[in-house]
Design a protein around this ligand. Sequence first.
Ligand SMILES: Nc1ncnc2c1ncn2[C@@H]1O[C@H](COP(=O)(O)OP(=O)(O)OP(=O)(O)O)[C@@H](O)[C@H]1O
Ligand SMILES: [Mg+2]
Length: 311
Amino acid sequence: MITTITLNPAIDKTITVEQFKLNAVNRVVRVHEDVGGKGINVSKVLQHLEVKTLACGFIGEANYGLVQPHLKRLGLSTDFVFVDALTRINTKIIDPIAKSTTDINESGFTVSRVQIEQLKIMLRAYANQSRFMVFSGSVCQGIDLDTYVELIKAVQPTPWVLDADRQILKIGIQYQPYIVKPNIHELEDLLERKLNNHEEVIAAAQALIQEYKIGYCLVSMGELGSILVTKDKAYIANALEVDLVSTVGAGDSMLAGFLFGLTKGCSDADALRYATSCGAIAVSGVSLSAFQDVDIEALKSSVKLSVIDLV
Ligand SMILES: Nc1ncnc2c1ncn2[C@@H]1O[C@H](COP(=O)(O)OP(=O)(O)OP(=O)(O)O)[C@@H](O)[C@H]1O
Ligand SMILES: [Mg+2]
């Protein structure tokens, strides 16, 4: 089983408005709502790939009635610590004519010490039954960096995965994640310098792997593809050419694809091919419910990789 941990879940509400204007009355063409948060997104994709997964973390009790139907529709296994508050609503206004997207994100609830302790107990129990524990995304209020480390320690020694940015990436990476998945901007932000070419990305990832005893550093670079670095090899994968619909969730899908490959016992190169395929599916706008209809094996065989020996 792969357990994902979402500390700051959201109800993602996408509103389509043609010719969206500020200071005016706008007419909504379409509304779409789904439960979101990066860990939950990883679980959704894993579920479609038929990998046993459980999404856990915190969830707001006050509007759980809005969340539950989505979980039910997805058939997702979940276990949450309930917080006596609202799960935040993240609103995205899409204007198909201006081709613009406006995000209005709430900051989310605050968790108490008691709720954090409840989550630690939950994580400890699931870590014992999981192949990977996946920490994805931002944290809610009430979780400071020390608390984040406590949560990591609660899942160890089960291999854990880190997909987060800024301070969380900075602190988390020091606690031996098995896989870390920064995008290029997150990696540059962590190192406080620009990475100008593949060689620099590989050298930087290799240094992190050695310093923090990380198993895999998977650096995604949007339409430029990705670079996977292990102790002794680097793999460079081109992105697949797709008609871009939305880049939302590309990284989460990529991570799910990579974990899918590892869980199947694939080679590292093939796991990266699955990762690239899932990233491409996400950006081509295939809805998660149609994910399983895509011929992932055919996509995977079209991914171009090059391998560099690092030893
Ligand atoms: N425009 C694109 N065309 C084709 N593939 C893409 C495109 N954008 C992203 N991908 C695929 O998805 C992978 C992950 O994308 P990206 O680097 O944008 O992730 P991310 O920044 O972590 O995303 P997220 O916002 O979900 O965290 C890329 O490595 C690539 O394989
Ligand atoms: Mg990302």
